[in-house]
Design a protein. Structure first.
Ligand SMILES: [Zn+2]
Length: 403
């Protein structure tokens, strides 16, 4: 006996191999205790649906996908950077914006100054937009506090969001996001503080599911990144990396060397770096929202990623400076139009591979027996429509753990 039996549904299971999108037409899904217990063609059901489940859910021929996974966001922050957006479009230079107190330092200041209620309210609104489009799992990074108290506060708020909304939140400690003003010119001292004080505290408090660094010519060096990663390793926490967004800084290979869950951005990663990631099982997370918003021109080497069999995930990178994007469906469209992903690759990027990028591949990301019953019902005629439409939201219904 199932708790719930979904019938009259077309399933895009996103199981790899086999039919496109792992599709099962006129399918059914049996759910018990929050998990998928059975799925298959409706014709294979061993009796009338009413006799098999406490509740029968008629999907009205909707397409059903796994719950969507946004595996890279910076959802919790104070203020926004709309003023910089306007200054830039009115002709201001980066120097003028920096002199006016803009850039990441302005978000750090606004985040430190914001009350807990403000941070919760603004992040909840952004999260609400994602949930309305079928997101059931989201990663949220710290990295706008850059001091002990505010980094911890950001992570606590991220956890709170997961406790109060129907979504699994994975927290990532990103203390090494930028050098705060009080450490100006002393990046190494700041890295020591992050690696030896803030990170261990965050881990001891149970607030860090993973550790991330901004490894870039305008961020931290590979050597500084390794000091944070070594600390993470000692603490038994998996790592991920903001890698090769603006230059080939060796981030992809570094992430692979540490067995990272993911390396993210990777526009400039070399083929050798991509091959190393594929061999290490490190997922590549593509962030087309930032690419679009920053009007970047150097494409990630999607051909090499396919050739080496690197798993490609896709995320919003929702953040105030470079990707104020709160639509996972628009990320699908951007990935297809700009990066030339196939619609099936894009959907895999926000399901199967997004889950893998969070270390949740065994329990989430596909419609398979034994996995969590995180399911989204879409009023569409074919799965491609999720990536094709711009600004549409055909989400009809979401089940989180079967409910
Ligand atoms: Zn990011």
């Amino acid at each position: 006996m199932f708790d719930t039996l979904v019938v009259n549904a077309n399933l895009a299971t996103m199981r790899p191999g086999g039919a496109a999108y792992g599709a099962v037409r006129d399918g059914a899904i049996g759910i018990k205790a929050g998990r998928i217990e059975w799925l298959g063609p409706r014709a294979d059901l061993s009796g009338a649906p009413e006799g098999l489940a406490t509740e029968v859910l008629d999907a009205e021929r909707a397409w059903v996908t796994p719950g969507l996974v946004d595996c890279h966001t910076h959802l919790v922050y104070g203020g926004n950077r709309a003023n910089e957006f306007e200054m830039r479009l009115n002709g201001a230079s980066y120097e003028e914006i920096a002199q006016a107190g803009g850039g990441i330092v302005s978000t750090v200041r606004a985040t430190r100054d914001a009350s807990e209620n403000e941070l919760v309210a603004t992040a909840s609104a952004r999260l609400g937009s994602l949930l309305a489009e079928g997101v059931t799992t989201v990663e949220i990074k710290s990295g706008y506090g850059l001091d002990l108290a505010t980094e911890m506060r950001m992570l606590r708020i991220a956890r709170l969001l997961g406790d109060t909304a129907p979504v699994t939140v994975k927290t990532t400690f990103l203390g090494a996001h930028a050098v705060p003003v009080e450490y100006k010119g002393r990046a190494d001292a700041y890295i020591d503080f992050v690696a030896n004080e803030v990170l261990p505290d965050a881990v001891r408090a149970g607030l860090a599911d993973a550790v991330d660094c901004f490894c870039e010519n305008i961020g931290f060096t590979p050597e500084q990144t390794m000091r944070v990663f070594d600390s993470a390793k000692r603490l038994g926490v998996p790592v991920k990396l903001h890698a090769d967004q603006r230059t080939d800084f060796g981030g992809a290979a570094l992430a692979a060397k540490y067995g990272a869950l993911s390396a993210d951005h990777i526009e400039y990663s070399s083929e050798a770096g991509i091959a190393a990631m594929a061999a290490a099982g490190t997922v590549g997370v593509l962030l087309p929202g930032a690419y679009y918003f920053l009007r970047e021109a150097h494409m990630p080497d999607i051909g090499a990623m396919r050739q080496h069999g690197m798993d490609m995930a896709l995320a919003t990178d929702s953040n105030p400076g470079s990707s104020p994007l709160v639509s996972i469906l628009l990320a699908l469209n951007l990935a297809c139009t700009i990066f030339r992903l196939t619609p099936e690759e894009a959907l895999a990027g926000v399901t199967r591979n997004g889950a893998k990028a969070l270390g949740m591949g065994a329990t989430h990301g596909t419609i398979e027996a034994g996995k969590a019953a995180d399911l989204v019902f879409w009023r569409i005629g074919a799965p491609v429509e999720l990536a094709y439409a711009m600004g549409a939201n055909p989400c009809m219904k979401v089940l989180k753990s079967g409910v």
